[in-house]
Ligand binder design. Structure first.
Ligand code: GMT
Length: 380
């Protein structure tokens, strides 16, 4: 198949899933065309069967705001025609589904164009639970989702939420996030040993959190949990990622007098290495449609303590792969953390289960689900 993929090219779950999907599809012999305003971060250095088309934006002074959605539609039309694409796949509904809708209609109205292109929208999370609900977007979102030829959501939670909140009765296929289980595998080599020695010189336990430091990730809760855990367990906290809440988090660490034991790493490429030295992953989000970062940790055999929101319980099984508590219940999350970190036998079981659970979301299992979905939609 010849597949056009549009996504946000920067760090963040939806862009990562879209890029990894494109790479996996290319490896399976498909021709993949990324259409975006910048080269997706994880695409660098990857060439075979993959093309990248940059959306150019005209900054005429009359346009106070960049007209990206329109420019994207035009690029989708151009690439679809020139490369004879079979399907367009929009990741994150805003504005990608709307641009894809426009592109499809333009192509349909072109009498020289013999092939009707179809487009699929994959809903990732905040496009539905947060931004899409704003009055300035809602009617357009509902329309674009309804007019998609196929819609997928990354969890059952997100599927149900979309149908309820947007009053949509369209069929939505659940295709969970996936992971390269060969790459995301606990490493125990010289490099990780060196990392471990550096971060925890006295054999302290290591708690890890990764996110974009947005308010809904509740990173302050991670710090409060750690503050309680360290009373009982000699430990360190590694925070990976960056975003608007970072300064407040650094301040909280200082106020609590524990900043020396918290390492803010910023955005990191050495994720597998860092997860390989982690003993526990904490994701106390306010909202989380799936939790790709938790899956990455689990794949590296790290048990997870999560909140009970969204799609997290579809991934993290209470008492099996980690523990689950209500949003904001710092006390309980800290209690669970201490329980896990002080019982070696229990820890071993949870860690093994976490890896086993992650294997259920391997690329080999999930990517064929997208392929089958493309085929179904193309066949009409
Ligand atoms: O919240 C993020 O970390 C970024 C966001 C995105 O769209 O880039 O992630 C969403 O999509 C991921 C991939 O499908 C999901 O694993 C995340 O749970 C989801 N985030 C939220 O729902 C808050």
């Amino acid at each position: 198949m010849k597949i056009g993929i549009t996504c946000y090219p920067t760090y963040g779950g939806s862009g990562v899933v879209a890029t990894e999907l494109g790479k996996a599809l290319a490896l399976r012999g498909h021709e993949v065309h990324f259409i975006s305003y910048a080269m997706p971060t994880r695409l660098n250095g990857y060439v075979d069967n993959i093309f990248y088309h940059e959306v150019e934006i005209n900054n005429y002074p009359l346009f106070e705001f960049p007209l990206y959605s329109i420019a994207l539609s035009s690029k989708m039309v151009e690439v679809t025609k020139f490369y004879d694409l079979d399907i367009l796949h929009a990741h994150y509904a805003i504005p990608h589904a709307t641009s894809a809708y426009l592109a499809r209609e333009i192509l349909k109205s072109d009498t020289n164009n013999v092939k009707d292109i179809k487009f699929i929208t994959t809903l990732h999370g905040t496009d539905i639970t947060l931004t899409g609900l704003e009055p300035s977007f809602l009617p357009t979102m509902k329309f674009s989702i309804e007019k998609s030829d196929g819609v997928t959501a990354v969890s059952k939670f997100l599927k149900d939420k979309t149908q309820q909140q947007y009053k949509i009765d369209k069929e939505i296929e659940v295709i969970h996030n996936f992971i390269d289980i060969e790459k995301y595998k606990r490493q125990d080599d010289e490099k990780t040993k060196c990392f471990k020695k550096n971060f925890a010189p006295n054999g302290e336990k290591i708690l890890v959190h990764t996110s974009n430091f947005r308010a809904l990730k509740r990173v302050q809760d991670v710090i409060k949990i750690y503050n309680e855990v360290r009373e009982t367990v000699d430990s360190k906290l590694i925070l990976i990622g960056d975003g608007p809440e970072r300064s407040d988090c650094e301040r909280l660490g200082r106020e609590l007098g524990i900043s020396e034991d918290i390492k803010f790493m910023g955005k990191q490429d050495a994720l597998v290495e860092l997860l390989s030295i982690a003993d526990l992953f904490i994701i106390p989000s306010q909202s989380e449609s799936f939790g790709l970062s938790a899956l990455e940790a689990m794949s590296c055999s790290v048990p997870v303590i999560s909140s009970s929101v969204g799609g997290l319980p579809e991934l993290n099984h209470h008492g099996e792969t980690g523990y689950i508590a209500e949003i904001g219940d710092v006390e309980r999350m800290a209690k669970y953390a201490i329980e896990i970190l002080t019982n070696e036998k229990r820890y071993g079981i949870l860690s093994k289960n976490a890896r086993k659970r992650a294997e259920e979301f391997s690329e080999e299992i999930i990517v064929p689900q997208y392929e089958a979905f493309y085929e179904k939609i193309i066949a009409g």
